[in-house]
Design a protein around this ligand. Structure first.
Ligand SMILES: [Zn+2]
Length: 236
């Protein structure tokens, strides 16, 4: 039978649980990714006993938890002695707050690769991140933001999935300013030109619709062009 640990979320102080061997889980109450190896834990013989203990502890008797931690201490040390003195657990805390875009991009690539088509366990994802030079504590902060934005979700408390819809704009690159070229073209045409045709014309040159829109807006603001009809533009 699988043994379970019960521990407290360091942020919202709700109790929760995880099977022994799992190093991380997402708090069901506040979304924090809890590092179980850093938490005080109480050991229970199965999932049901752990779930009942969680209920009891959350009902408000903190010393019950402390007692259970005391009783479990030796058993837990025997189960996973190395987890409690891992050097990387200490190293994780010594990170600077510099966030170069390169890191963010790397994280998104890893999410895309590891957690796009199927859920990836938080433990495995942490390993991949560390192997690619991303500090886990920084990754946690990013994952919380992505979760809030709806770009990642947790199918179970220990698995993560990346669900952000692929963005057309980003795939095609940044928005570029083509106002000059656009204005020259519209003057040359000297007629009402549909925005749809402009999209098609510039798509062939690898320019995104967003770039066309942004450039049209810029020309509109400068009174270089106007809209004779909805979705048609013409040079003034
Ligand atoms: Zn919490």
């Amino acid at each position: 039978m699988k043994q379970y640990l019960v521990f407290m979320c360091p942020r919202c102080r709700h109790y929760t649980n995880a099977p022994v061997g799992q190093k991380r889980r997402v708090c069901s109450y506040c979304g924090k990714i809890i590092d179980i190896s850093k938490a005080a834990t109480a050991l229970f013989d199965d999932a049901q006993a752990a779930a009942e203990a969680v209920k009891q502890f959350n009902a408000g008797k903190d010393h019950d938890f402390e007692d259970a931690v005391q009783r479990s201490r030796d058993k837990i040390l025997r189960l996973m002695p190395s987890d409690r003195i891992a050097v990387k657990d200490i190293a994780d805390d010594v990170q600077g707050e510099s966030l170069p875009t390169g890191k963010t991009r790397r994280l998104l690539v890893l999410l895309e690769r590891e957690a796009r088509d199927q859920p990836c366990s938080l433990d495995d994802f942490a390993k991949v991140c560390t192997a690619n030079g991303l500090e886990w504590s920084w990754v946690e902060t990013q994952l919380e933001k992505l979760f809030t934005a709806g770009d990642v979700f947790y199918p179970t408390p220990w698995k993560i999935m990346y669900i952000k819809a692929p963005s057309k704009t980003k795939a095609k690159g940044a928005v570029v300013d083509i106002s000059n070229e656009l204005l020259a073209y519209l003057r040359e045409q000297d007629r009402d030109v549909s925005v749809k045709d402009l999209y098609a014309r510039y798509a062939e040159m690898g320019v995104s619709e967003e770039s066309v829109d942004a450039s049209l807006e810029r020309l509109m603001r400068k009174n270089e062009i106007y809209q004779p009809l909805p979705n048609f533009v013409r040079a003034l």
